[in-house]
Design a protein around this ligand. Structure first.
Ligand code: NDP
Length: 402
């Protein structure tokens, strides 16, 4: 008989307007594989209805029946920040932690030190920068994420926000709701994207999907990455490769950020880099908030160096009510939602179940999902991350007030 394990799962709060009893659509399309051929999450079984809300506390990622059915203990909470939080209390003897980047349970070195049983940290989504990876390496904790589960969800969100910024959609919508018809006001910052230069920082799963989706808009496409795409991929989309981010930003009107947050990319977009961009550039950042220096972005929007900034990622999360990105001019931010559409939730809930099934059975977790294992960066993590820690300052999330 296997020993009972404690699974501590941190999810975002239920809807303030009540848990949905009906949905806008009757289901979600069923996909057979990801672009490039990676197979979809393949758990033995699922106990949820794809297309329903799974990512909040009552949705439980559809895990309770499965976990408890095996005699393990499932603790679910949204209370994640500060020393008195349920997360910090329950972590002490948890074997497995599950957390979503949208509502990250920051697994800092200090917390890892206090958690005497922790062996596995699962990211229900993509992006494990809320875990102190260096500390996970040092303490032999396995870290994994559900690679590809929401990459296309994010790419769609990024394209939406690129168009929203360049066309200046948000103020026009607001004006309609206010009962106005002031067309001259509505178009005073509105441009066509046709003919512009659009670049991505990192052409991984999301970055490449953004390039593919922008291609039909008759723009010129640019990218920078640590590894170059194939000549065939570059030719197909007419891509210009830049050896570094500085060269990329100088050549672009719109820059969309798609690299992971790790020590190499923390505060990559600082005042110095932004000053090298074309005046009136747009930045869309659906990667991680900390890749941009928040004050440098706000200042550049004030001076007009940036014409717009959008994205859905902040630091810390939840963003304090006085976070400068809530009130800076010409932004089109959303809370961290791009990767947690109802469609994405079904995929990452299934992926988490697949990982747990393998974990409980002592089977290998797919390389595609691994970030850290056996005291090293592993699998996907060895390709896309660097060692070190980017969780510093996350305790500020405790300051969020509803
Ligand atoms: P991938 O691993 O497919 O792509 C990441 C790419 O970034 C890789 O090509 C990697 O290069 C490249 N890269 C890493 N470091 C650098 C660097 N210093 N400069 C340039 N390129 C770099 O991941 P995804 O595309 O699926 O996801 C990317 C990120 O998007 C995630 O790490 C996460 O932070 C964020 N994300 C956000 C979501 C949201 O809801 N907003 C949801 C999902 C992801 P190489 O591998 O060639 O070394």
């Amino acid at each position: 008989m296997t020993t009972a394990q404690k699974i501590l799962c941190v999810l975002y709060d239920d809807p303030v307007d009540g848990y949905p009893s009906t949905y806008a659509r009757d289901g979600i399309p069923s996909l057979t594989s990801y672009p490039g051929g990676q197979s979809m999450p393949s758990p033995g079984k699922i106990d949820f209805v794809p297309g329903e809300l799974l990512g909040s506390v009552s949705g439980e990622l559809g895990l309770r029946k499965f976990v408890e059915g095996l005699g393990h203990n499932l603790v679910i909470t949204s209370d994640k920040d500060g020393v008195d939080s349920t997360f910090e209390r329950e972590l002490i003897d948890a074997d497995v932690v599950i957390s979503q980047p949208f509502w990250p349970a920051y697994l800092t070195a200090d917390r890892i030190k206090k958690s005497r049983n922790l062996k596995l940290a699962i990211t229900a989504g993509i992006g494990s920068d809320h875990v102190d990876l260096q500390s996970a390496i040092d303490n032999n904790i396995t870290v994994c994420e559900v690679t590809y589960c929401n990459s296309i969800s994010v790419a769609e969100h990024a394209v939406m926000q690129i168009l929203a910024l360049v066309r200046d959609y948000i103020p026009q919508y607001r004006l309609v709701v206010e009962g106005r018809w002031d067309i001259a006001d509505a178009v005073s910052r509105s441009y066509d994207i046709e003919g512009m230069s659009v670049g991505v920082v990192a052409a991984g799963r999301i970055g490449l999907a953004v390039l593919k989706r922008m291609y039909p808009f008759d723009v010129s496409l640019h990218y920078t990455d640590r590894h170059r795409l194939t000549i065939e991929q570059e030719d197909e989309l007419g891509l210009t490769f830049h050896p570094d981010v500085e060269s990329l930003v100088k050549a672009c009107d719109v820059v969309s950020i798609h690299c992971p947050l790790h020590p190499e990319t923390e505060h990559l977009f600082d005042e110095k880099l932004i000053s090298k961009m074309r005046r009136g550039s747009y930045i869309v950042n659906t990667a991680r908030g900390k890749i941009c220096d928040k004050n440098a972005v706000a200042k550049a929007l004030e001076t007009g160096q940036l014409a717009g900034y959008a994205g859905d990622v902040w630091f810390p999360q939840p963003a304090p009510t006085d976070h400068i990105w809530r009130t800076m001019p010409n932004h089109a931010m959303t809370p961290h939602t791009s990767g947690t559409s109802l469609s994405a939730q079904a995929r990452y809930a299934a992926g988490v179940r697949e990982i747990l099934e393998n974990w409980f059975n002592g089977n290998r977790i797919r390389d595609e999902y691994l970030i850290v294992q056996g005291g090293h960066l592993a699998g996907t993590g060895a390709h896309s991350y660097s060692e070190g820690d980017t969780t510093g300052g996350s305790d500020e999330a405790a300051k969020f007030n509803r």
